[in-house]
Design a protein around this ligand. Structure first.
Ligand SMILES: [Zn+2]
Length: 273
């Protein structure tokens, strides 16, 4: 069973659904050196991954996405501005989707096949958004996180097909560790850096034994433990950043011990199964 590594390509200040105006200027850009570190690790283990790219970040550095694509990785869409879907009208969502799709097509020659909403701000009941994704030609979505608070704590853990006639789509949720106290975020973000590595590895094996791929996610900013951070209230700060550790060592360990494919490969194989 092959698993998936996904990277949400955005800068250090694209967190917690903060409006761009709330971010103190100037914004030192940190995305490129951290993406280069991730690309270096993936190349060492000959693994291809899926990069969910923010349109505004791709536009800021027009060589970034071509560099990722030239290394053989899949380029998918993370929207344009990092505004939450809950704060967007259907027209605004369609506009962001088209804008980012066009930027990616211009920079790589291919339209993206997959989408991930900023901050998991999409719910299974948002059929309007799935209809727009379907109309815009998307094959899969990866926005439904089965976690309490940030997503739906009782949502499906494994890939499934969303079928409502107008918006058939493969949904590929990120990995979590089910416990009596609820699902834990071991598949990415602060949980990926906080929980014991053996717990992450055993969860991947459990997914694989159930016939499902484990989908992991990380952000370029997690490659440096001393990078810039937004000032947030204590609880929100932990939920957003967690411990000040870096994710590179763990990523290397998983690259050594598991096999990987891209989200598009997974979506297509799952669909034809
Ligand atoms: Zn994001």
């Amino acid at each position: 069973m092959k698993n998936v590594i996904t990277i949400d390509v955005e800068d250090w200040f694209h967190v917690c659904g903060c409006e761009p105006a709330a971010v103190p200027a100037p914004h030192p850009k940190r995305v490129r050196p951290n993406v280069e570190r991730i690309l270096g690790l993936l190349a060492e283990y000959d693994v291809t991954a899926t990069f969910f790219v923010l349109g505004s970040t791709a536009e800021d550095d027009p060589n970034l996405v071509p560099m990722i694509a030239a290394a053989g990785h899949e380029i998918a869409s993370h929207g344009y501005s990092h505004r939450l879907l809950t704060r967007m009208s259907p027209d605004e969502f369609r506009h962001e989707l088209k804008l980012t799709g066009d930027i990616i097509e211009r920079q790589t020659g291919r339209k993206p096949a997959g989408f991930r909403a900023p901050q998991w701000s999409l719910k299974l009941t948002d059929s309007w958004a799935f209809e727009i994704l379907h109309e815009e030609g998307y094959l899969y979505d990866s926005s439904l996180n089965p976690l309490p608070l940030v997503g739906d704590g009782s949502g499906p853990l494994f890939p499934f097909e969303i079928r409502n006639g107008k918006a058939d789509m493969v949904e590929l949720p990120p990995m979590v560790t089910p416990t009596a106290a609820g699902n834990l975020p071991t598949g990415g973000g602060w949980g990926f850096r906080f929980f014991p590595l053996r717990m992450i590895r055993s969860t991947i094996r459990r997914y694989n034994h159930s016939g499902a791929a484990a989908i992991l996610y990380l952000h370029p900013r997690e490659m440096e433990s001393d990078g810039p951070r937004l000032k947030l209230p204590p609880l929100r700060k932990f939920a957003t950043y967690g411990p000040r550790t870096e994710a590179g060592g763990r990523l290397r360990n998983l690259l050594e011990n598991f096999r990987f494919q891209t989200m598009e490969q997974l979506a297509r194989s799952w669909q034809s199964a």
